[in-house]
Ligand binder design. Structure first.
Ligand SMILES: *[C@@H]1O[C@H](CO)[C@@H](O)[C@H](O)[C@H]1NC(C)=O
Ligand SMILES: *[C@@H]1O[C@H](CO)[C@@H](O)[C@H](O)[C@H]1NC(C)=O
Ligand SMILES: *[C@@H]1O[C@H](CO)[C@@H](O)[C@H](O)[C@H]1NC(C)=O
Ligand SMILES: *[C@@H]1O[C@H](CO)[C@@H](O)[C@H](O)[C@H]1NC(C)=O
Ligand SMILES: *[C@@H]1O[C@H](CO)[C@@H](O)[C@H](O)[C@H]1NC(C)=O
Ligand SMILES: *[C@@H]1O[C@H](CO)[C@@H](O)[C@H](O)[C@H]1NC(C)=O
Ligand SMILES: *[C@@H]1O[C@H](CO)[C@@H](O)[C@H](O)[C@H]1NC(C)=O
Length: 474
């Protein structure tokens, strides 16, 4: 059922997320190449340029390094917070490593975590970064400040060893923030931007992009499978539940069926932006805007779907009894809960169905529900008209591909679907055994010499492992 307090909290979270999920690119691709890669449209000049650059860098790694270039793949278990509001994973920073729970956000490109001196918006129950406790800390002596719609995170820009899912970047820059507004709900104490460097507020190479560009991955892809808890079985969902998985360097083929449909990014890689080409609701095709208003940022850091207000009007017009929300629900629409809303979205390939469960964001009284499509502010996310968040992403397996820069979707497998709504302990923070370690390049991520090291095994961060694998260098 529902309670009004919960509804407001949820509404607040959604607003915050809509606001914060500002930055965020990502990519996917995978090992699915043998399975049926769909026919691609002709490559653009940009595609070829990106391919050429990646090829050059991969070769530089291959032949410029010492004896071996170890390509790897890694997996990080995700936690689902507050019935699909936030999906977070775990990373480790410093020597010895400290574990942080971080929002995985393809809608931004900076990494930041709470600083030990954070005095605003951080929970002191959660991990924070203390420069004095890490032997590999470096002060980049620049302020860091990221603004996400109505949210903000600010502090200093540092660099240190950052590890995740078996990968390590030994001088990854990150914001150590002393002030955050609107984002952190315990136990989360940071955010990992999975978008492209071109939209990084710090201008520094994102963790994932350093790994991809240096050829650290077996395949140049990141894969997401996220779970659904909202309104399943009357919702006995706990605040934290298993959230699915995030992979780098490979795609877990047991989580999807059929082929992955890749679509090229609309513009120069920044946000992970695709054209939204077709949307149907209750069997009717809604006419969509063209040009930049049709651009959709695929954003794991947003829980709902944001779109241009005029489009939302056309969408909700297909649901008898719907009306624009007022008060706290300004920007949202209400509709009769007894309507099963069937909706599909296409980005140029197949039309992907969104389950009626996900369309129904919440119920506010016995007969009235609120839809998951809200009016986003124009001009956010690089001018994208649409923000495609969890409401859509829970329905597909998603791939964020580095090269060629594209986003792919596939149908979820029975295995993946069977994880929805299953109550269980949230995963503990792990970084896995560090198999591959690289050094960040300054500026443009041009090639550098990289020495790959295989590190000691260090399982759970909570157990602690004093590794500092890696090390590299020029
Ligand atoms: C912090 O931890 C204390 C003791 O475990 C707990 O009572 C409190 O609710 C926690 N605060 C937050 C914000 O999680
Ligand atoms: C980092 O550098 C800035 C600017 O030089 C300075 O204000 C700050 O105190 C330094 N922080 C640490 C932890 O060294
Ligand atoms: C792939 O997903 C399945 C189903 O969750 C899981 O059992 C398996 O361990 C995963 N494989 C890898 C390599 O992560
Ligand atoms: C929605 O889809 C379900 C299942 O396919 C179907 O039974 C129902 O009639 C559809 N409702 C509308 C309004 O199209
Ligand atoms: C939904 O409920 C309203 C009353 O709350 C009723 O008028 C309407 O006919 C119902 N629609 C369906 C499809 O059951
Ligand atoms: C439910 O809320 C809607 C929107 O606030 C309102 O119009 C409607 O009268 C309410 N219905 C009931 C049964 O309280
Ligand atoms: C990482 O180290 C390399 C090599 O020492 C250096 O060129 C680069 O600027 C460093 N990057 C950061 C973010 O510290």
């Amino acid at each position: 059922m529902f309670s009004s307090t919960l509804v407001i909290f949820s509404s607040l979270l959604c607003h915050l997320q809509a606001a914060f999920a500002v930055p965020g690119p990502s990519l996917i691709s995978g090992q699915s190449i043998t399975l049926s890669r769909r026919q691609r449209t002709a490559r653009t000049v940009e595609d070829w340029a990106a391919w050429a650059k990646n090829e050059r860098e991969a070769l530089a790694v291959k032949y410029g390094g010492s004896s071996l270039s170890k390509r790897s793949q890694g997996m990080n278990l995700i936690t689902n917070q507050n019935s699909d509001d936030i999906y977070f994973g775990s990373i480790a920073i410093g020597t010895p490593p400290t574990a942080f729970h971080v929002i995985l956000d393809t809608g931004s490109a900076d990494l930041w975590v709470a600083d030990a001196n954070c005095d605003t918006g951080c929970s002191h129950n959660d991990t924070s970064y203390n420069p004095a406790s890490s032997s590999t800390f470096q002060n980049l002596s620049r302020p860091f400040s990221a603004t996400y719609g109505s949210g903000r995170a600010a502090g200093d820009l540092f660099s240190d060893v950052v590890q995740m899912a078996g990968f390590s970047v030994n001088n990854q820059s990150f914001g150590s923030v002393t002030e955050t507004h609107g984002f952190l709900f315990s136990p989360v104490s940071g955010l990992l931007g999975l978008g492209w460097q071109s939209i990084a507020v710090s201008k520094e190479p994102p963790f994932w992009q350093t790994l991809a560009s240096k050829g650290a991955w077996s395949e140049p892809v990141m894969g997401f499978h996220i779970t659904r808890y909202v309104f399943i079985d009357d919702s006995n969902a706990q605040f934290l539940e298993p959230g699915g998985s995030f992979t780098m360097g490979f795609l877990n083929s047991s989580l999807y069926t059929g082929s992955i449909d890749y679509q090229d990014l609309v513009s120069t890689p920044g946000f992970w932006t695709l054209p939204l080409t077709k949307l149907t609701i209750q069997g009717t095709t809604v006419s969509l805007p063209s040009g930049s208003a049709s651009r959709a940022a695929i954003d794991t850091g947003t829980s709902l779907i944001g779109g241009p207000a005029s489009m939302l009007q056309n969408i909700y017009a297909q649901i008898p009894g719907s009306q624009p929300g007022t008060g706290d629900w300004q920007g949202y629409w209400t509709y009769p809960c007894n309507t099963t809303v069937n909706l599909t979205i296409s980005f140029g390939g197949p039309s992907w169905p969104v389950s009626p469960t996900d369309f129904q964001m919440t119920q506010i009284n016995s007969s009235t529900c609120v839809g998951a499509f809200f009016a986003s502010k124009p001009g956010i996310k690089g001018g994208a008209g649409w923000l495609i968040g969890g409401t859509f992403l829970k329905n597909v397996f998603s791939v964020f591909r580095y090269s060629p820069p594209s986003v792919g979707f596939a149908a979820l497998s029975e295995d993946a679907l069977s994880m929805n709504g299953v109550d269980g302990p949230p995963p503990t923070a792990t970084i896995g055994s560090i198999a591959t370690s690289v050094t960040a390049s300054p500026g443009n991520l041009t090639s550098g010499r990289v020495v790959w090291t295989s590190g000691s095994v260090c399982g759970s961060l909570l157990v602690g492992c004093a590794v500092a694998v890696g090390v590299l260098l020029l």
